[in-house]
Design a protein around this ligand. Sequence first.
Ligand SMILES: C[S@@+](CC[C@H](N)C(=O)[O-])C[C@H]1O[C@@H](n2cnc3c(N)ncnc32)[C@H](O)[C@@H]1O
Length: 267
Amino acid sequence: MNILLNKRLINFLKQYPGIFRVVKATYIESYLGLKKIENLPKKIRFKLKGDQDIVEKLLLDYPMILSGMVTENHVRVVLRNLKKVLDEGVEGDIVELGCNVGTTSLFIQKLLKHYGSGKVFHIYDSFEGLPEVKAQDKINLKSRGKPRSKNYQKGSCKTKKEELINNFRKAKLKLPTIHTGWFGKIPDEEYPKKIAFAFFDGDFYSSIMDSFDKVYPKMVPNSRITIHDYQWKFLPGVEEACIDFLKDKPEEGTVINNDRIGIMIKK
Ligand SMILES: C[S@@+](CC[C@H](N)C(=O)[O-])C[C@H]1O[C@@H](n2cnc3c(N)ncnc32)[C@H](O)[C@@H]1O
């Protein structure tokens, strides 16, 4: 089979994500030398999708970095909300607080590229891992009797900035503007003047509070914040921070949960 035919076949199959996944998993990956998508779902959903939009294409098209921190569906929910903001023409730039090795950052940048968006993408991380655990991060120890996962301690998720940079290089994507430091200590001027979309992935109470402190005042009406690990029993500080920060704001009680991603729309 020549290269042109391979491309045509792949493009044809990509119109039907369900079939594409099955065929790719069982046969054509080795035969056609397809780009490896490592994060195949355990149960392959065999269904044809009529709503095959750019988000689904990106999720199919793109190798997923297996950081173990976000699932394919988490990325899907984040991208769908970013897409909404882009489609609505909401003013302002894009931020991600807690970028780590860039699993989500890569997808965000890819969607911005698809849109030819002029929005600047800023990403923030200490690259030192998580900060101190606070009492609010242990709340379910008391209320539900479930132990907080040992995976989440001071210094967990530590990574190297170079790894993030390398992932962008490998993906041939423009590097976002990287800001290194603790969210709360990074000066206000390093956050964009107006923010259209934010992704918070700081895991702990203080990190989410600091994210809100820095980002919320710069959110424009109809902008969105998506918050990872919202209402997840292992990181209770995330929801606690949302409750505490929003208690005197018009958005109090409006955060909705879609598969562990909290979604807040600025009024
Ligand atoms: C769960 S990881 C983020 C995963 C990332 N979104 C991805 O897709 O790969 C959490 C990151 O937040 C960073 N972080 C947590 N709290 C922080 C804080 N207060 N200031 C700066 N960085 C923080 C950690 O260093 C870590 O890299």
